[in-house]
Design a protein around this ligand. Structure first.
Ligand code: 5AD
Ligand code: SF4
Length: 463
């Protein structure tokens, strides 16, 4: 997410009377990326031009994450740099958006680096907050809403590849995971009306997009209550409707909560070839004792039963996860159970974290953060080493197979190669030949690393 800054441009004078320019920097989850696109749309409507260069900007907004302490530290580092930038460019407006804005509110305004603070449900008021800041007042709006879904706003796509896009389907979270700050920073769960989601998907299709990822903190609990003459729209029904928009549109979704991953969603995935065979199902720990302490709402056995069901209904489904090492009171035995669950689950990929206590959460209030840092780090390293091995084994099983890859752009290493992803969400690199971003390309996998499949363009028959 982090964009490099061209420091040499900091001294360029601000040209008066041109349309004001906005630069947005985004940290954290995909939801934040999606929110920044909503912010760009709101600000564009208010007359701003979006720039990719911070040095050109009149307004700099930083969309922040509070999920772990190191995410916040990174943003603090950026704010230190913005302080210098403000000294060189008097009149520059700096604003903090997102989860840190919600969590820290006025504290952020204290040392004068920041001119405005807007929480995740306050983005419609940004033009006013910027206006206030320009006239010398500080602006804060961190009110959380029970209704706001930005349903009517067409996000300005900042992803640039023109092939894949995020579509936010809900906001907030009603779960009570003991470690998690999200319910406090993003408020209560609310679903966006399905018609506005479908409209956004249609616009993306018209603009040439080939893949959408439906986003929410817990997409499986999406629910649009029944209106007159229509049925309740569950996540399974929404997924089906999006898939039916166009068979050439790939559909992904994230994130699923294991306690809400019901069979109806699995049958829907199995039924529509354009719904990708990949489920991100965060387990967090392999120990039922820790899962209970985390208040996840499922046991190891329930999770493994869900995994078995996924593999029964969608035999080739890729499964990825999130794991936390060193949650409060975690013993060597609990940790060993996490490693054994990973082996049983044979995850294709995982995001792995050291537990980081977040102020105000249930864990921070009720349990001591009692696993020493060195032990957390050792356990995390063991988890990462095991996952590298599992990812490599998963990729090796794909060597010799043919996958349809949706090309997203030139590979990082060479313009002679394209990269894209398989339905299983595996990054695949192959020679460009006559293909371009947006094409579906049959690729036979010839070799791999733990992170990437490498292949050649081929005909369609798996041999
Ligand atoms: N410490 C470490 N990891 C966390 N996550 C959420 N909160 C914390 C925390 N306090 C992880 C979880 C979640 C992912 C988005 O971030 O694994 O699924
Ligand atoms: Fe996203 Fe959670 Fe970070 Fe907020 S705290 S940006 S919801 S990951």
């Amino acid at each position: 997410m982090k964009k490099e800054i061209d420091y040499t441009r900091f001294n360029s004078p601000v040209t008066p009377n041109r349309s004001r320019r906005l630069y947005i920097e985004t940290y954290g989850c995909q939801m934040n990326v999606s929110d920044s696109e909503v912010v760009a749309a709101i600000m564009q409507q208010a007359g701003f031009t979006i720039t990719d260069h911070m040095a050109d900007a009149d307004v700099v907004l930083i969309n922040t994450c509070s999920v772990r302490d190191n995410a916040e530290q990174r943003v603090r580092g950026r704010l230190d740099l913005f302080r210098l930038q403000k000294q060189r460019m008097p009149g520059l407006i700096v604003g903090v958006l997102g989860c840190m804005a919600e969590r820290l509110k006025e504290q952020l305004l204290e040392n004068g680096t920041v001119d405005l603070v807007a929480g995740p449900d306050a983005y419609r008021t940004l033009p006013q907050l910027v206006h206030n800041a320009e006239s010398g007042q500080q602006g804060v709006n961190t009110l959380l809403s029970r209704e706001e879904t930005y349903a009517d706003i067409s996000p300005v796509r900042t992803d640039k590849n023109g092939v894949t896009a995020f579509v936010s389907i809900m906001r907030g979270c009603n779960n009570v995971c003991a470690y998690c700050v999200v319910p406090y920073t993003r408020g209560a769960e609310r679903s966006r009306p399905s018609e506005t989601i479908l409209r956004e998907v249609r616009t993306l299709l018209q603009n040439g997009y080939r893949e959408v990822t439906l986003l929410g903190q817990n997409v499986n609990s999406y629910c649009e209550p029944a209106a007159a003459e229509s049925k309740t729209i569950t996540f399974a029904r929404l997924l089906e409707r999006v898939a039916l928009e166009d068979p050439s549109l790939r559909v992904r979704f994230s994130t699923s909560h294991p306690k809400d991953m019901h069979n109806d969603v699995l049958y829907t995935i199995a039924m529509y070839p354009n719904i990708c065979n990949h489920i991100h199902l965060p387990v967090q720990s392999g120990s039922s004792r820790i899962l209970e302490k985390m208040r996840r709402g499922y046991s190891r056995e329930h999770y493994m039963e869900r995994l078995a069901k996924i593999r029964e209904i969608i035999p080739e489904c890729a499964i990825t996860t999130d794991i936390i090492a060193g949650f409060c009171s975690e013993t060597d035995d609990d940790h060993a159970q996490t490693l054994s669950l990973m082996r049983e689950a044979e995850y294709d990929a995982a995001f792995m974290f050291r537990y980081s206590e977040r102020p105000g959460t249930k864990a921070a209030r009720h349990y001591p953060d009692d696993v020493p840092t060195e032990i957390k780090t050792r356990r995390l390293n063991e988890i990462i080493a095991l996952q590298n091995q599992l990812s490599l084994e998963s990729n090796r099983r794909d060597v010799g197979k043919i996958f349809i890859v949706l090309a997203e752009g030139n590979s990082k290493r060479s313009d002679a190669f394209l990269f894209g992803r398989t339905s299983h969400n595996k990054v695949t690199v192959f020679p460009k030949a006559k293909f371009k971003a947006g094409d579906y390309v049959p690729v036979k996998i010839t070799t791999c690393t733990s992170a990437t499949l490498i292949g050649e363009v081929t005909g369609m028959n798996n041999e």
